[in-house]
Design a binder for this molecule. Structure first.
Ligand SMILES: Cc1cc2nc3c(=O)[nH]c(=O)nc-3n(C[C@H](O)[C@H](O)[C@H](O)COP(=O)(O)OP(=O)(O)OC[C@H]3O[C@@H](n4cnc5c(N)ncnc54)[C@H](O)[C@@H]3O)c2cc1C
Ligand code: FES
Length: 310
């Protein structure tokens, strides 16, 4: 593990809300590993390595909240403090035909695996303007397909529908994927149906990134240390996969299924955070944070994506 200060050498605009930051860092890393990035005065957050060269590395950041928006303000020559790399990464040693799927900003996490293997790949996004890193993937993947929910580019539909179509035309031994949990859930289900192995990179709230604090646990696994990549046998034992995740306070928040098949964390009624945002002042945290209420000591029973109790 390295704790380093690196200098940003290049910034690539991937999409209207996503940027890649390239920096020199000679740490050894494997595809699928991540780093903890310190954002002074805001937070320290996990970011997958989206590029892994001998000396240079990159992270690809989608601006969604305080820390990621602060990262987007950085310029060439600015410094970043990172520690890692952490996690197990993808196992690329297994023989056989691989299909690699990146959904949304999850594409960043699978990009080093695409570069290393040249395997057939899918990049999925909501619409054309959300597609990221397709130039790079197109240079390395033997067969790159793009899927957009609204059909504005490539296949009209989601990653799992396209995966099934590709699997009907060609035999695949293993699917490697990273993206929103709903995509990973249905990728896993499709792999089960088709008898294809899978390695899925999961996302959970992380603080230490190194297996110490326990805030990223799923059942008896720590996503940061035992994952973030899990195979089909491990996934089968994760009761929270596709049904619930822990928030910054460690409470279990169940997903609910929306009409159009999208899963989203649903906090219990009347309790923080109603908008999914963190409280901005210590006062609001004390008044509204569930961490200080006893109601949170009993974990919620997770629901399946269909809404039934597990
Ligand atoms: C292993 C791993 C790899 C990731 N790789 C990437 C990547 O390559 N590119 C990218 O854009 N994003 C990645 N993320 C997600 C990224 O860490 C969050 O988007 C970021 O932390 C949001 O912080 P914020 O302050 O901007 O937003 P906030 O408004 O604080 O949060 C927005 C969302 O991000 C989640 N989040 C906030 N802090 C953390 C944290 N410490 N750990 C996990 N989730 C958090 C919140 O639960 C919420 O759902 C990764 C997450 C994990 C766990
Ligand atoms: S983030 Fe601390 S144990 Fe995983």
């Amino acid at each position: 593990m390295n704790d380093s200060v690196v200098v940003i050498e290049r910034i690539i605009d991937e999409a209207y809300d996503t940027k890649t930051f390239v920096f020199e860092w000679d740490a050894e890393a494997r595809p699928g590993q991540f780093v903890m990035v310190w954002v002074p005065g805001v937070d320290e957050i996990p970011m997958s390595l989206s590029g892994i060269g001998d000396r240079s590395k990159s992270i690809t950041v989608k601006a969604i909240g305080e820390a990621t928006k602060a990262l987007h303000q950085l310029k060439i020559g600015d410094r970043l403090r990172i520690r890692g790399p952490y996690g197990n990464g993808f196992d690329l040693s297994a023989p056989g035909e691989k299909l690699i799927i990146g959904g949304g900003v999850g594409t960043a996490a699978v990009m080093p695996a695409i570069v290393a293997t040249g395997a057939d790949s899918i990049i999925a996004a909501r619409s054309d303007k959300d597609v990221i890193m397709d130039d790079l993937a197109g240079r390395f993947s033997r067969n790159l397909r793009i899927a957009t929910d609204d059909g504005s580019r490539g296949f009209h539909g989601n990653a799992v529908q396209l995966m099934k179509e590709m699997a009907a035309e060609k035999h695949y031994d293993c699917v490697l994927a990273c993206g929103p949990e709903v995509m990973l859930y249905f990728t896993y289900k499709a792999c089960q149906e088709l008898g294809i192995k899978c390695q899925l990179s999961l996302e959970r709230y992380m603080k230490c990134g190194a297996g110490v604090c326990g805030c990223c646990v799923m059942d008896d696994m720590r996503v940061c240390k035992d994952g973030p990549v899990f195979d089909q046998d491990q996934i089968a034992k994760l009761s929270e996969f596709g049904s619930a995740k822990r928030d910054a306070c460690g409470r279990l928040v169940k997903f609910r299924r929306r009409r159009r098949g999208r899963l989203s964390p649903l906090p219990p009624r009347g309790l923080w955070p109603p908008t999914g945002r963190r409280p901005r002042s210590p006062l609001s945290r004390a008044r509204t944070s569930p961490c200080s209420t006893s109601r949170w000591s009993s974990p919620l029973r997770p629901r399946s994506p269909q809404g039934t109790r597990l």
